[in-house]
Design a protein around this ligand. Structure first.
Ligand code: G3H
Ligand code: 13P
Ligand code: NA
Ligand code: ZN
Length: 310
């Protein structure tokens, strides 16, 4: 069924695991992710960014996700990723999404509170769950690039006030992850501020925390892309071991987009390089879909810990 995130997060919190939240942009991506979830009986969040909605259109994406519900039978939440306005959130809520993120993390604190509360008040009338964010990740989302210098870790002293006053259902925090395929500089040691996560979860007992920018930038895909004509030197992500640890803690949602892009691009590049005369898109999109499925199966089993939790 299409569900909101409430029950998923409650079980994940108590069970010490996380739900995978994967960005979807087309049919093959939806199929690859949800085939993995069906095989492993894992609940899942399929999330749509403003950019995805612009690319594929709201109706196509919601119908693809509804098809996945029918085909898999596992609990699926349809979530707006990084909503930047009340109007966008409302449009997704009215249009059948079961969960939305209102991202006011770049706003002054009081404005972030007011916006998140407005969205939560509206969403809850329709039993739609709401994610908000405190602190700023580095990296790139849509056209907004946040330099490492302008990124800021979440201040644990704010979280209780924020959650109480807004009524949101989950909170994304900044502890050193970032969006995109270049999360750390070459030679820089990947690090996450688990002390902040710990502090936040002490102040918000039982409250679901969300980790954005959590792709591991799978080295095998980066190598494959570079081998078959791509150029992604120094692409680097969050080590799986750290994500695994976060999943055992208060983190109930782990966001992955870059790893899907890498899997798809690596598979397409390899296929086309090895089969230069082929031109039927099904021929190169089938291995791309398989690569996504296998990558997601690995994450569900070995990183999120949500296999068998459907
Ligand atoms: O957080 C950003 C996600 O990776 C979505 O990316 O806005 O390019 O669709 P997008
Ligand atoms: P990645 O770029 O690490 O996949 O992060 C995706 C994300 O946070 C989507 O909201
Ligand atoms: Na968890
Ligand atoms: Zn994000």
């Amino acid at each position: 069924p299409l569900v909101n995130t409430r029950e998923m997060f409650k079980k994940a919190y108590e069970g010490g695991y996380a739900i995978g939240a994967f960005n979807v942009n087309n049919m093959e991506i939806v199929q690859g992710i949800t085939e993995a979830c069906k095989e492993l009986q894992a609940p899942v969040i399929l999330q749509v960014s403003a950019g995805a909605r612009k690319y594929a259109n709201h109706t196509y994406l919601t119908k693809l996700v509804e098809a996945a519900v029918i085909e898999t039978g596992v609990p699926i939440a349809l979530h707006l990723d990084h909503g930047n306005s009340f109007e966008l959130c409302k449009s997704c809520i009215d249009g059948g999404f079961t969960s939305v993120m209102i991202d006011g993390s770049h706003l002054p604190y009081e404005e972030n509170v007011a916006l998140a509360k407005k969205v939560a008040d509206y969403a809850h009338q329709f039993d739609v769950t709401v994610e908000a964010e405190l602190g700023q990740l580095a990296g790139i989302e849509d056209d907004v690039k946040v330099d490492a210098e302008n990124a800021s870790f979440t201040d644990p002293a704010q979280v209780e006030d924020f959650v109480t006053r807004t009524g949101v259902d989950s909170l994304a925090i900044a502890i050193g992850t970032s969006h995109g395929a270049y999360k750390f500089k070459p030679g820089q040691k990947p690090q996450l501020r688990f002390d902040i996560l710990e502090d936040v979860s002490k102040r918000l007992p039982g409250f679901p925390i969300v980790l954005h920018g959590a792709s591991s930038v799978v080295p095998e895909f980066v190598e494959m892309i570079n081998k078959y004509g791509g150029e992604m030197p120094d692409a680097i992500g969050i080590p799986e071991e750290m994500l695994r640890q976060a999943a055992t803690m208060a983190v109930c949602k782990i966001n992955v987009d870059s790893d899907l892009r890498l899997a798809m691009t690596a598979a397409v590049r390899k296929y086309l390089a090895e089969n230069p005369s082929h031109f039927d898109p099904r021929q190169y999109l089938a291995p791309a879909r398989d690569a996504i499925r296998d990558m997601v199966k690995h994450k569900i089993t070995d990183v999120m810990g949500c296999a068998g939790k459907a």
